[in-house]
Ligand binder design. Sequence first.
Ligand code: NAD
Length: 505
Amino acid sequence: MWQDLLNRLRLRSTNSGVYAGRWLDRPSGGEIESLNPATGEIIAKVHTGSLADFEVAASNSHAAFASWRKLPAPQRGEIVRLIGEQLRKQKDDLGLLVTLEAGKIRSEGLGEVQEMIDMCDFAVGLSRQLYGLTIASERPDHRLMEQWHPLGAVGVITAFNFPVAVWAWNAALALVCGDPVLWKPSHLTPLTAIAVQNIVNDVLESRGLAGVLNLIVGDRDVGQSIAADVRFPLISATGSTAMGKSVAVKVAERLGRSLLELGGNNGCIVTESADLDLAVRAILFAAVGTAGQRCTTLRRLIVHESRAEELIARLKKAYGNVKVGLPWEEGTVLGPLISEDAVKQFTDAIATIKQQGGEVLCGGSRIDRPGCYVQPTIVQAKPAMEIVKHETFAPILYVFTYQDLNAAIELHNNVPQGLSSAIFTERMREAEQFLSPAGSDCGIANVNLGPSGAEIGGAFGGEKETGGGREAGSDAWKAYMRRQTCTVNYGTTLPLAQGVKFDVE
Ligand code: NAD
């Protein structure tokens, strides 16, 4: 059924999963199957990379740095512009492949590719704006300045739920900053990665730049090898907090740099004054969209007690109208979870919720149809329930009530994660309190919109167990470069800083 799509994206029934300046003929890490989570069918197979294949890809990425860093940044930007153009041309097909392999509904699959295009556009502009500072020197006839240099090859480890956009957040910036990339995608979404590599190869190979962007589909051992390897001065890792803790240690052991984008457990406060029309729509998208499989998915709703009954009633009604279906079908709002494992995590979580005193208000079960479908679920929760502190990667929304905004903010912040947050209020003071230093402790804080669905223009990332990394817009590019502080003495004396004297006759 999907053969034409696979052909257009140059995917075969069995594919090489390793690109190191060229596709390796038969990587030796074993064969995996890419499954369609909506049907359970095999889409295609992939030969994954072994540690020996990793060595080829790593040395190739490292070698590419020598010449790539010398190309002027605006010329690197031109390459990224061309990549963006190719993505524009193939947006429809690549978006559909995201839908097929990751189970995202059609508009979200397309949205992911649009995010890649947006990142390319952003990076092209940035390629002429990698500014340093000039700083007033305390010494006469001295110039003090900062400049930014390419860092080296970047290891990019990505999660299944944004199978292509997160690569683009990293790769577009890394490229203009002068850094080659070795990408290790999730083993659950290898085909989207191979399709992206095919698309970028059209640009890179025709310009003699093969090897600036490389790919290795592999398991955790490959991820650990990238993390441990000094040829990658920066490791950007997106995934669960457990993965981040393990990668962070490996990178720290060799004093490398890590950029971590890990799990979220995002909250939203709905105040007494909130516009519930806005809130209901935002909550629905944030809690049910992507079947609850976004790092920014809304998981905890903290509602003023005077509005709880009405809000819950409206949400239950809206949840009842969610159209479940095949993700590529028009009108579908809720597609599948990524895998049988994910369904099990959902059903285990529901059992734990009940044990811990939570009340399932709607949903709570697997949907009886082929594929990995579960019901969007609302739970009346209690703050003492241990499970609400954990991220279950599924559409489960915990509801709490509050009386006092200070207490609501405290409850909101009382989880190990710190990615995204939101408040719905018509009162300026409440909004400002939420955004103040004593307000939300997250990397992202929104007023009158949900916690999910960020634009690329801002720096994206979160605090605490979310890992502290920032990617995409604003000045996130600085993570991909090394800062050099330079002082030039254009005088004829040698004054020392801090007035130190060191005169020797
Ligand atoms: P995961 O942690 O299972 O896997 C992510 C990636 O890490 C995969 O490529 C995997 O092969 C690799 N990996 C796993 N363990 C590893 C290890 N010990 N060493 C090296 N590599 C390892 O995550 P997932 O299930 O693919 O994705 C869902 C998770 O990702 C959720 O927790 C979600 O919140 C998080 N996420 C965070 C962001 C963000 O920006 N903060 C974005 C997307 C997803």
